[in-house]
Design a protein around this ligand. Structure first.
Ligand SMILES: [Zn+2]
Length: 208
């Protein structure tokens, strides 16, 4: 488990900006971990702002909601640039469902961190085909701290890092996750993909 190395405060540690990424599959507890970190910062009376993409309306428009129903008020935004404006004066900025933002999120997070903000980003590292998802790979590369959390494979009980889509859809963005996805380990994910569509991109890459 990631332990914050130095939370600091603006009077004693003015150069304290950095990026933390919490990534993993669906059902891995990414949002719970984001909320844990943000709540601790808030208890220490740091100024915390939370953002999420405007399209993520699964539960409540203004809450970052995890599956255990712990929630924190958040602001839905369409473009990462809006975060720069809305986060002015914040000590800590949380971003949930980061995979749905465009690649300009990487620069926005970098700017915030350069300005002394602690940035905590949570998101899916892979899409339903096992491909790196949106801006997440670049965020992982530029973050100081990376935490990969895991789910449990519904098929065999091993550690799971893939989000297997049960629903028949080709869209990369498919919400309503509990009905549409299962957490699976690598072999069970591959097995499911091969059963679903022989010759799929995942099967092709798996043979290298
Ligand atoms: Zn498995």
């Amino acid at each position: 488990m990631f332990i914050e190395p130095r939370v600091g405060n603006r009077h004693h540690a003015p150069h304290r900006g950095w990026i933390e990424v919490v990534c993993g599959s669906m059902f891995s507890g990414k949002t719970e971990e984001l909320i844990r970190r943000l709540t601790r910062a808030r208890i220490a009376r740091q100024r915390v702002e939370i953002f999420k993409p405007g399209l993520d309306t699964r539960y409540h428009a203004e809450d970052v909601v995890s599956h255990n129903a712990n929630s924190i008020r958040s602001t839905p935004v369409s473009l990462p640039a809006e975060i720069l404006l809305l986060a002015a004066g914040s000590d800590v900025v949380g971003i949930d469902e980061a995979q749905f933002f465009d690649h300009s999120l990487v620069e926005v997070c970098g700017q915030l961190a350069n300005n002394g903000v602690r940035v905590i980003v949570a998101g899916l590292d892979m899409d339903y085909l096992g491909r790196p998802f949106g801006p997440m790979p670049a965020l992982l590369a530029t973050a100081e701290f990376v935490t990969k959390v895991h789910a449990v494979c519904v098929c065999c009980g091993e550690i799971a890092s893939y989000s297997f889509r049960i629903a028949a859809s080709e869209s990369q963005v498919l919400l309503g996750e509990t009905d549409s996805y299962e957490a699976r380990c690598r072999p069970c994910f591959l097995q499911g993909m091969q059963a679903k569509a022989p010759g799929s991109p995942v099967q092709a890459t798996a043979t290298h």
